[in-house]
Design a binder for this molecule. Structure first.
Ligand code: MG
Length: 358
């Protein structure tokens, strides 16, 4: 289960995309379990926006997540074919293998089996009435359930945050085995000290070109450049930012600008490319990447770009939240050769360096 929105999680990185080395948490969690036990099928739930990336990274089947964990589970169950299903949370990535083994060993003993812990804190109601903590348990995951029982219960009832309570409320038999504090759920950030993310530098490059269009404002690196010609495009035509976005996406292994912001989509008509860059940076941040630096070359016979380079650098550094010297903007001509040389348009190349961060 990895389709949450990390609403309570205090980090710019989404919980399931925290990096353990280079692996996002969901991949780390799945790989750990699969190294020890064999399953007929592995299904990862992911938000619709992330499903494409999860599919690209892994060979697991992907079920699109819904608004709630329950809805995501319902979607995942449509592709479960086995009699039993083990439901595990990416947010409990450090669950000891012995806990999972204890759950799996009880297969057949109940309709749903889960790890649980006794309560050590005093539990009270709002009015200060003490609960009998001897009778209370903190339920953890993974939970092993009969797939048919789970489907039936989910079709009839809703509002449960785990499978055992759902199945028990539907009249099924549940069983608890000894849980472990290490199976705790990463909820707010800071509960577990995740292994430091990899210090690897990821490099991506991008290229873009647009033809001149008379009477349109010319924008490069998000800066208005005085010119009789702008650049013909679905957006504002900022070829330098488009090349930079492709370089960033390339370094993150997240595809290209055309996939992310298709020009068949009317919402991007005439859009400020600085806004597309902001959205790209926001997305890669949530997936556990950060931009460390960028170098851009603008190839144009006209207009003369030299007087605008400093402002372009400053603007890109601001958009990327980087120091000035981590961004460079260069301008060159092609000595009258080719389409840029003939003054038909402008091309741009970019290289971006990214790192992992949590
Ligand atoms: Mg473009």
């Amino acid at each position: 289960m990895s389709a949450g929105n990390s609403a309570r999680f205090r980090s710019p990185v989404k919980k399931q995309w925290l990096r353990v080395g280079e692996e996002p948490l969901w991949e780390f969690a799945a790989r750990r379990v699969l190294a020890e036990f064999e399953f007929a099928k592995t299904i990862v739930t992911a938000t619709p926006a992330e499903a494409r990336i999860v599919r690209a990274i892994s060979d697991y089947e992907v079920a699109e997540g819904g608004e709630t964990r329950e809805e995501s589970l319902r979607n995942a169950l449509t592709i479960v074919e086995s009699e039993w299903v083990l439901v595990a949370d990416a947010a409990r990535a450090l669950t000891p293998i012995e806990v999972i083994a204890r759950v799996l060993a009880e297969k057949g003993a109940a309709d749903s089996i889960a790890p649980a812990l006794k309560v050590v804190d005093t539990i009270v109601t709002e009015d200060g009435e003490a609960a009998d903590r001897e009778k209370l348990r903190r339920v953890q995951t993974p939970q092993l359930s009969r797939a048919a029982a789970l489907r039936e219960a989910l079709a009839a009832k809703s509002g449960f945050s785990d499978e055992t309570t759902l199945i028990a409320a539907f009249g099924g038999k549940v069983k608890y085995v000894e849980g472990d504090e290490l199976a705790g759920k990463l909820t707010y950030g800071g509960e577990i000290a995740p292994e430091a993310p990899s210090g690897a530098a990821l490099i991506g490059q991008g290229f873009d070109a647009h033809a001149f269009e008379a009477g349109k404002p010319l924008r490069l690196c998000g800066v208005n450049v005085p010119s009789d010609f702008g650049l013909k495009a679905h957006s504002d035509g900022d070829a330098a930012i488009h090349a930079l976005i492709d370089a960033i996406l390339g370094a993150a292994g997240l595809g290209d600008i055309g996939t992310l912001f298709p020009d068949s989509d009317q919402t991007y008509k005439g859009i400020d490319s600085a806004e597309l860059l902001a959205r790209t940076v926001e997305m890669i941040t949530r997936f556990g990447f950060k931009v460390l630096g960028a170098d851009i070359t603008i190839i144009a016979e006209k207009p003369h770009l030299e007087p605008h380079k400093t402002l372009m650098r400053k603007n890109l550094a601001r958009l990327l939240a980087l120091r000035y010297e981590r961004v460079n903007v260069k301008a060159t001509t092609t000595e009258k050769m080719g389409f840029t040389g003939r003054g038909e348009g402008i091309a741009a190349q970019a290289i971006a360096v990214l790192g992992y961060h949590n």
